[in-house]
Design a protein around this ligand. Structure first.
Ligand code: RNT
Ligand code: ZN
Length: 458
């Protein structure tokens, strides 16, 4: 059997074969009324926000010696973890070079660069993220941001924005306010809005007596944080719910109902993390429900397995269902020059100038795995998310919609099943070729080489 390297190289040099396969596959899709070139164009225009914390097990660079708290747990001890901002940027660049398309990068406040100076989290400023902003600009990346409410002495009792202690609450309110300003500075500097997402670990391991008090305080804290308006072109605010965490099994203050109500009331973005619901509950069905009441949502794509909410994203049925909902619902905005690919009158997306700021769904990744190569984890998750989106863009939506409209549920189900075996692999390879990133397992060869030359030296 050929080694992975030989296999990868063979594919790399065989551009002609990839193009031929693509042309043949394109015809197959055309028979279904799907315009593959249009799908390719649209795919390339959708950014995925890559989360910085996969690169260093949610460690950050405060070097205060704090344990990762807040019920977050990273298992595994694969060698080569990034130890400095430069190493993390280098790793992210490697990952991005293996992922087709132009994307975003998602930072946590704990990744500030304070030049070795101890800086309290409520004193953080845009200047502490200048290195990240410059790097993002250089690489054409948008930035997203998160205040860090864990791995900190003032979070050690499990409560932050909902704490009964006024002093602690105030500290975290100030931290979040500082982070919104940093997010706005990032958005302004890069010319594309930053989404600043609040997730707090607050909750309780065992059955609380008072469920109401912390929620009342959380609502007050959030109102204090969002009191100052910030232009939408620079920053958007999001709040992320969770069902339970390790150590907060009985009660989580920021539950889905709490934040859904809050985001509708205040018209900010709810963040739906795919790992933050009951294992049988899916967010694909929530997207159109929630978007009936808010303008935009943020997604944290992850893969929940039993009690863990943070496995690496793979191409699952639920990932596909999420992407189908986003595309079918018309929640991404396409350029006016791009006609709809539907064969019917079904309107899959509003037309208008493509503008990231008009998108109603913002797609980010959120997982952490230290048991495999961390850079590869980014690549697998991001390529998986992009594949899922591509599959959704290649759906013969008009045909499916027509069957449904005609109450022909037999045809609807038959089509849905047949579509699954259309030659997706060939168009995916072509997209990678076109995007100048490795095809097939060739990306893995690049990772193995990076591991030998860079990661193993750390
Ligand atoms: C935690 C949330 C949150 C974190 C990051 C590190 O359960 O999913 O998004 O993963 O903030
Ligand atoms: Zn999340």
């Amino acid at each position: 059997m050929a080694s992975s390297t030989t296999f990868g190289l063979e594919i790399m040099i065989n551009e002609e074969r990839i193009t031929q396969s693509y042309e043949l596959s394109k015809e197959r899709y055309q028979e279904w009324g799907v315009d593959v070139d249009l799908a390719l164009e649209r795919l390339a225009s959708v950014p995925i926000s890559l989360h910085c914390w996969q690169g260093d097990d949610v460690g950050g660079f405060e070097s205060a010696g704090e344990e990762l708290g807040g019920g977050l747990a990273v298992t595994g001890n694969y060698p080569g973890k990034a130890r400095t901002p430069d190493e993390l940027r280098q790793d992210a660049e490697k990952a991005l070079s293996l992922i087709p398309g132009t994307h975003r990068f998602n930072l946590h406040a704990s990744y500030a660069e304070t030049g070795g100076k101890k800086t309290e989290r409520n004193e953080l400023e845009p200047a502490h993220f200048q290195g990240w902003i410059d790097w993002a600009r250089e690489h054409g990346l948008g930035l997203d941001f998160n205040p860090t409410f864990f791995s900190h002495p003032l979070a050690s009792d499990g409560f932050t924005l909902s704490s009964a202690d006024r002093g602690k609450r105030q500290f975290w309110i100030e931290h979040a306010i500082a982070c919104r300003k940093i997010g706005a500075a990032m958005g302004q500097a890069l010319g594309v809005p930053c989404i600043t997402n609040i997730w707090i670990p607050d909750g309780s391991k065992d059955i609380p007596v008072d469920r109401k008090g912390p929620r009342t305080r959380l609502a007050e804290s959030l109102d204090a944080i969002f009191a100052e308006p910030i232009p939408k072109e620079h920053n958007r605010d999001a709040v992320e719910s969770k069902l339970f965490g390790i150590g907060s099994e009985s009660y989580v203050v920021g539950s889905h109902e709490f934040y859904l109500g809050y985001s509708v009331a205040r018209q900010i973005l709810p963040c739906l993390d795919t790992g933050h619901f009951h294992p049988t509950e899916v967010i694909s069905d929530k997207i159109s429900s929630v978007l009936a009441w808010v303008d935009e949502i943020l997604l944290h794509l992850s893969r929940g397995i039993r009690w863990d909410s943070d496995h690496v994203v793979t191409v699952t049925g639920e990932l596909l269902a999420i992407m189908q909902e986003i595309v079918r619902g018309g929640f991404l905005v396409w350029a006016a020059s791009q006609p709809q690919n539907d064969v019917s009158t079904f309107q899959a997306a509003p037309s208008g100038p493509r503008n990231q700021t008009l998108e109603r769904v913002h797609i980010g990744l959120d997982f952490f795995d230290a048991s495999i190569n961390r850079v590869a984890a980014w690549v697998i998750g991001a390529r998986g998310a992009i594949k899922g989106l591509f599959m959704a863009l290649l759906e013969p939506i008009g045909l499916l919609q027509n069957a449904e409209t005609a109450y022909d549920y037999t045809a609807r189900l038959a089509y849905q099943e047949e579509i699954k075996t259309l030659p997706f692999g060939a168009v995916w390879d072509f997209y990678c070729l076109q995007s100048n990133v490795p095809i097939g397992t060739a990306w893995l060869d690049a990772i193995k080489q990076y591991e030998r030359e860079v990661l193993s030296m750390r």
